[in-house]
Design a protein around this ligand. Structure first.
Ligand code: TYD
Ligand code: MG
Length: 442
């Protein structure tokens, strides 16, 4: 039937209710219930025969399609996956269209049939970008300027498209769904059609999504549940470095970090990432070197701390690149285990190069940068601090210590403060085994 029924979905937690309520019964947020339509299923989908159950040995795993960009493949877990749908989020201007146009050209050059659908730019703008990127025209790569998702999907199906890009999910619309393009209802309807297309034809699809100032992908949360992979592309305004991370990945890890540089001719992989994330602030207090694992790659990172007498009754603690909780924990450990209190000081922490570190192995470097700042004594930047710090002030061993040390050695580091546990297994010279932060401080 063509009867359109509706329901209400909470935009913050995804709870579904059949009646409109002012407050979400699940997460308690007010005014977040949004009406959504349950669209009639399209004839193509309803004509599907009854699905057939198979044994595992009857299934041949799909082969991934290389994206043509090494770091993009790394973050995806080996390339684009046939039948899989990816959402690529990022702020305007970060380089999402550039990244995907480059990948489109690479997939087309290796024989794949590719369609790039743009609802935002004209064909001539896209052609100009392609020229700037030095990409060749090819029968395998079609550009379609269109804002109707049904037409876009039909065109892709006609073309027997194997790799479809939608730029962007907010710019396209479903003719039967209500709301402006970009509204939750529209975004969901657009996404469902793209996902339906990918599953039906075993094409791989990517949708670009704009993100809000708060860093969330604009549109309903449900979008992130619907897709297989959510990628986030980001970078600092002032730098050419661009980082790519998977927020969700049904087919691979979410640990890998892709690192690119935006140049005159588009995005290039950065061959030596560690070189990006540290400067040469030799002789300045508050700077300590650590090594963080980003997925399978060790990256030398510079932690910077600034401590100053606070004019406020409640001193300020600000942290960029390291979780604020970890900073507070390190301050508490320093207070209780080393007797150095920063209770009346403002404390600022920063990771050079805009990197966000989740690896607890940088605890010791954070601790030492704070200590160096508090005492106003500069540290030797050829010395690396590698270890997790526990509540008792103990320095704990970290995984892949040998890898981390090798990476730091490449950049001239020659002394390594590490947990005494596991230190014996390391062949490198310059190892200083320690039990706790007091020993490191001494
Ligand atoms: P774009 O891919 O349009 O970003 P998004 O789709 O995320 O909004 O690229 C944005 C910026 O990148 C733009 O300001 C110009 C710059 N740029 C380069 O520096 N080099 C290039 O080769 C290209 C194509 C763009
Ligand atoms: Mg764009």
């Amino acid at each position: 039937s063509s009867k359109i029924s509706s329901r209400y979905r909470c935009s913050s937690c995804d709870f579904v209710s059949l009646t409109l309520v002012g407050r979400c019964p699940s997460c308690g947020a007010w005014g977040t219930m949004e009406k959504e339509e349950i669209l009639p299923v399209s004839s193509a989908a309803s004509a599907d025969p009854t699905p057939e159950a198979v044994t595992l040995d009857q299934v041949v795993p799909e082969e991934r399609i290389s994206s043509g960009l090494e770091d993009l493949d790394l973050v995806l877990g080996g390339g684009w996956l046939p039948g899989g749908v990816v959402l690529l989020g990022g702020e305007p201007g970060v380089g999402k269209s550039t990244l995907l146009l480059q990948s489109c050209a690479a997939v087309a050059a290796s024989g794949g049939r590719v369609m790039y659908v743009s609802g935002e730019e004209t064909a001539s703008q896209i052609a100009m970008r392609a020229r700037r990127l030095g990409l060749d025209a090819s029968e395998n790569l079609k550009i379609l300027v269109c804002q109707d998702v049904l037409k876009a999907v039909a065109a892709a199906e006609d073309f027997k498209c194997q790799f479809l890009v939608l730029d962007s999910v907010q710019a396209l619309r479903h003719p039967e769904a209500t709301g402006w393009p970009g509204s939750p209802n529209q975004v969901r309807a657009v996404a469902e059609n793209v996902i339906g297309f990918a599953k039906r034809t075993m094409a791989s699809a990517v949708m670009i999504g704009h993100i809000t100032k708060q860093g969330a992908i604009a549109g309903p949360k449900v979008l992130e549940h619907l897709v297989d992979v959510v990628l986030l592309f980001f970078g600092e305004r002032t730098s050419r470095n661009r980082l790519l991370r998977a927020e969700k990945n049904r087919f691979g890890s979410t640990d890998e970090l892709g690192i690119f540089e935006m140049g005159e001719a588009g995005l290039r992989p950065v061959l030596d990432p560690s070189a990006l994330f540290w400067g040469d602030e030799d002789g300045v207090s508050g700077v300590a070197m650590g090594v963080s694992m980003e997925g399978s790659r060790p990256i030398l990172s510079e932690i910077q701390a600034l401590v100053s007498q606070s004019p406020f009754p409640y001193p300020k603690r600000a942290s960029k690149g390291v979780e604020l909780n970890r900073l507070q924990l390190m301050l508490a450990v320093m207070d209780r285990r080393c007797g150095i209190s920063l209770r009346t000081s403002d404390v600022y922490l920063n990771v050079a190069g805009g990197l966000t570190l989740q690896d607890p192995a940088v605890d010791l470097a954070v601790f030492m940068s704070l200590l160096s700042a508090a005492k106003d004594v500069p540290l030797d930047l050829k010395t690396c601090f590698i270890g997790e710090v526990g509540l008792a002030g103990e320095v704990r061993p970290v995984p892949r210590l040998a890898n981390r040390i090798r990476e730091a050695e490449r950049f001239g580091c020659n002394r390594f403060f590490v947990s005494y546990k596991g230190a014996k297994e390391i062949a490198s010279g310059g190892i200083i085994p320690i039990k706790n932060v007091r020993e490191a401080a001494d």
